[in-house]
Write a protein that binds this ligand. Structure first.
Ligand code: FAD
Length: 249
């Protein structure tokens, strides 16, 4: 079985393909301003590996976040607080981080406004940085074959994100902002994957002789290869450790 989830661009959004043991989950996240529900269902059904097990189910969502995640004695967690979109699967993480934040800032009976303000500021910080990371996936597209992708490519984006893209394109640098969720490897991987190629690089890189660099890369490659050597194949791992109950004969 395929040991990873695949996200593929489609004319008005993207499709996920998540292989499970007993079925493969598929969904099409699309902009209803750009295609009809029927077209979306047809696109989804046209890109399945096997026979559909049921009719597509339609879920609508409004993206956004509450102005105040914590208001008086009510704290909105999970979908009650906001939703961005499923591309980077951040929703459950944000439920957990909201709980952690609430524990850190748990009030006494006086509900100090300072705690509430800090909670709301940290929530907003988290949402906005994840929002920027998601926008990067769409905005950095090279696709120009549909109105949806043209809109994504040419739309205005938050200034902080525009600065990060400019800096990376200039000289391959990226700086994670404090405790934002996605770390440098995630940002760099999406930028390079979307062909935002740095035009230059850090001058200290030239201090490392090519032979030393080649040796370092060879040692990384060796570590990876020796780990792979002793690891079971995906199916063997499932058989040994986590066969789904329904799959047991
Ligand atoms: C197909 C799919 C795939 C997903 N994949 C991922 C993923 O890979 N990673 C990830 O992080 N997230 C994923 N999500 C999102 C994630 O599942 C949700 O964001 C998360 O479950 C939301 O949890 P919640 O408790 O906030 O809301 P819910 O799970 O919606 O819980 C709200 C509960 O409140 C109840 N309720 C509603 N109104 C009332 C009322 N008036 N009175 C009493 N009860 C009420 C509802 O019945 C429900 O039980 C996925 C979602 C879908 C649909």
């Amino acid at each position: 079985p395929t040991p990873y989830t695949r996200a593929s661009a489609r004319p008005a959004g993207w499709q996920w393909r998540i292989p499970l043991q007993h079925r493969t989950g598929n969904g099409y996240v699309y902009s209803s301003a750009h295609i009809s529900d029927d077209e979306a269902a047809a696109t989804l059904l046209g890109h399945l590996d096997g026979v559909p097990m049921g009719e597509p189910r339609l879920l609508r969502f409004t993206t956004g976040v509450r102005r105040q995640a914590w208001n008086r004695n009510v704290v909105a967690l999970g979908l009650a607080g906001g939703f961005l979109e499923p591309l980077e699967s951040t929703s459950i993480y944000m439920i957990q981080s909201g709980i952690a934040r609430l524990l850190n800032l748990l009030p006494r009976r006086d509900f100090s406004p300072l705690l509430i303000e800090r909670y709301n500021a940290q929530s907003r910080f988290e949402y906005e940085h994840i929002r920027d990371f998601l926008i990067l996936h769409y905005h950095a597209t090279e696709r120009d074959d549909t109105p949806f992708w043209n809109q994504c490519r040419t739309m205005s984006i938050p200034p902080q994100l525009a600065d990060n893209i400019r800096l990376f394109r200039d000289s391959g640098r990226f700086f994670r902002d404090g405790e934002e969720m996605f770390a440098t490897p995630s940002w760099v991987q999406v930028m390079l994957g979307q062909r935002i190629a740095p035009q230059s690089y850090h001058p200290l890189v030239d201090q490392m002789p090519d032979a030393e660099l080649a040796g370092f890369m060879a040692s990384v490659s060796h570590v990876v290869a020796s780990c792979v050597e002793v690891m079971p194949a995906h199916q063997a791992f499932i058989d040994r450790c986590c066969t789904a109950p329904a799959m047991v004969a």
